[in-house]
Design a protein around this ligand. Sequence first.
Ligand SMILES: *Cc1c(COP(=O)(O)O)cnc(C)c1O
Length: 466
Amino acid sequence: MKLDESVKAASLTPTAELLQDAGQRALAYVQSVHDRPVNVSTQALQGLNAFRHSLPDAGLDAREVLRRLDEAGSPATVATTGGRYFGLVIGGALPATIAANWLTTAWDQNACFRWTSPIAATLEDVALRWIGDLFGLPDDIGGAFVTGASMANFAALAAARHALLSRLGWDVEAKGLYGAPELRVVVSKETHVTVSKALSMLGLGRERVIVVPTDHQGRMRVSELPELDEQTIVCIQAGNVNTGDFDPAREICRLARKAGAWVHVDGAFGLWALANRQIDTLTDGFAEADSWATDGHKWLNVPYDNGIVLVRRAATLRAAMSLNAAYLAEGDATEREPSHYTPESSRRARGVDIWAALLNLGRDGVAALVERTCRYAGMFAQGLEASGYEILNHVALNQVLVSFGTPEMTRAVINRLQAEGICWCGGTVWQGRVAMRISVSSWATTDADVQTSLRAMIRAAETCAP
Ligand SMILES: *Cc1c(COP(=O)(O)O)cnc(C)c1O
């Protein structure tokens, strides 16, 4: 076959037919995901061998490509969107966001500049304003849509580095860190690994930090904070991945403000609690920080590749992330140019997914999602405790830590539960104790899912009992 004939053969199916096929397959997946096992069967794992062949010379018809993806691929997915996946802090994907994401993919917009995609830039503006409003943040915040909280932590800490060093007369973007005044970074013992990674990428050093001890809930002990000054960045947390608890932001922000230090919040999932005014004992003071990192793809339940960075003054983030120094000389632009706020240049229009979730849920819907998932976490804790198992954390949010007795016993229960596939929970070690962690973060989880999963947990524990 000639080269161009071979290429033609690869596009036999008309686009309309192909997209309808994709729609039907996706619908079938979404409709069945709730009732299938959460884990991946051995058979499905073996089925992945179908993909392990060499690259063919001649391309395949697009419909055949899709058929292969669905037939061997769909069964090998972990059913994280089904409502009974409680591992890590995962969340599902609201139907409105899947649909908006599809249409956006068809647009194939480059969200780099306003002129490469006016719609992407506009919806980013709108979504940022809505998020700021939802969290009760100041009006002049700047922000950007990045891949996840890892990159949001990176971008926010780059802004912090810029702000502190420029005040000391050092242009870190131009000159780098060699010869710069030294910055101190304060973290807690419970700081997320992605904050450490961001510090390493920024030349601030993973290990060059002051580590503040934490209490029984993993909260920073304010009394053990070092003296703060204008050369210090303090990294605090909204939502400990184990206990769900928050650092005492009010007091830390007060001390930092007085000293001229910068406070950065890693709120990958927990920051969304700011949308629910009923849990303001936890969220108190977080709006006083200088920068925030959060995820859309966890508690807000939008598809993956959706993180958000927010910085108190837009100009600070822009100075740290701008594509070129010349742009800065132009002074304040009237319109936000997306590429000047992110580590990336070309990227997908990920702000659309978040805009869709917020419009679909509304202010009350976000608060209700937070309330419901926290209530379910409480139900898990109560149910397990009533059956005689020990809850290791005060369930302040949506995370539950349970011990089924000895470390071996707890591990055995986790393994059994995972193999059975009715629900899925992971293991963790909390303050030296082996625990099973239950994270309730999906919009799709129902009362019935909680009851079914609770029964499965108790059954697994009884079966594993010596
Ligand atoms: C998940 C998480 C992160 C990292 O977020 P990604 O979206 O995986 O990059 C950072 N901090 C906390 C507290 C998290 O839960």
